[in-house]
Design a protein around this ligand. Sequence first.
Ligand SMILES: Cc1ncc(COP(=O)(O)O)c(C=O)c1O
Length: 404
Amino acid sequence: MNKFKADFPILSQPGLVYMDSAAMSLRPQSVLEALMKYYTIYGTNVRRGINHLAERSSQEYDQARDKVAKFINCKPSSVIFTRSTTSGINAIAQSWGAKFLQPGDEIIISIAEHHANFLPWQILAQRSGAKLQIVGINQEFQYNLTQFQQLLNDRTKLIALSSGSNVLGTSFDLTKIMALAQAVGVPVLIDAAQTAPYARMDLQNMGCDFLVFSGHKMLAPEGVGVLYIAPKWLDQLDPWEYGGGMVSQISKNDQSKSIWLSAPEKFEAGTMPIGAAIGLGAAVDYYNSKIDWLKLRQHLACLCQKFIVGMQDLPQIKIIGNQVQLASSGHLVSFTVAGVHAHDVAAYLDQFGICVRAGHHCAKPLHEYLGLTASVRVSFHVYNTSEEVDLLIEKLNQLVKNGL
Ligand SMILES: Cc1ncc(COP(=O)(O)O)c(C=O)c1O
């Protein structure tokens, strides 16, 4: 029995095998309790009210930001709460794009991006007359560095890459890309949606300008994400939303006389996802008190390895990605089953209580690049067990042998 399972009330449902954490992780009791406390004891708006409930909400909301900042090793002013990874990327595309992108400029992304880190740049490029450059992946399923170096030139104004793919299941080594970008002073945005839940981040050492991730993939509620903005950009960027709680002076007749509050308030107009942010703070507490990062990574990699080994004798099942890396540091495995559509595989596994993901996982360009239309994805978190992988292997063996 996995010692973490009991912390996740949803898993008390008999026979439930949840293998879709890369889409959305489950929440431990402590996160649910933090939410319940917020909604039943003090849940009111922040920063606005002069009453004890509003003060408590403000305190807890600020504390959640402090916890996240400590968790990723940056200043609280660099932690902007958003709705999700998607909204963080769109915010930068909108704010940075409007101010710094000119016709003829170039943005580099990769073929492996989730649509969330693809479409905002494609649309920005189309609207501004800039060009989107797309770097491929090599045989090791890492970014193609030779091609990246060819694409990087003095028209490159931004690099937006993920630190881990939601299809390939392994982390991308960004060391050389960061060094090349820094050498020519090109800002880098990192989509860390698939790495933040599984590996400690140290923003002091990463050297990126922007980084985004979602609470709901790391044991927190949906509705809250984090956008890290490096200190040097906090004053340079304009807000992407305007409204209450972000302005210190406003002029009735002349917008240019408006004075924004400093970050993070400047970038958090209107009522924010207060409860969800407090829930994210509780998820950070859970990571800090219960999870050893090294053991988590080893546990996830062991599950991936077990699954890969279990599929070895089934030529009908084709695993996508770098199997050696998956077995040593993966957290998810995507695959296809010859002759059976991914959706049918997922529906088949669901009959046995096994929840997996099927489709293009919002990474259609990558699927096309790999010559696929869809795949099945199993993804793990701290609560998954070796016995669950045994069951998955058994059911896939039966599927291959007996058909649907
Ligand atoms: C790599 C990656 N980027 C971005 C996203 C989008 O995240 P969200 O839907 O939380 O905005 C996802 C979600 O699966 C993802 O895996």
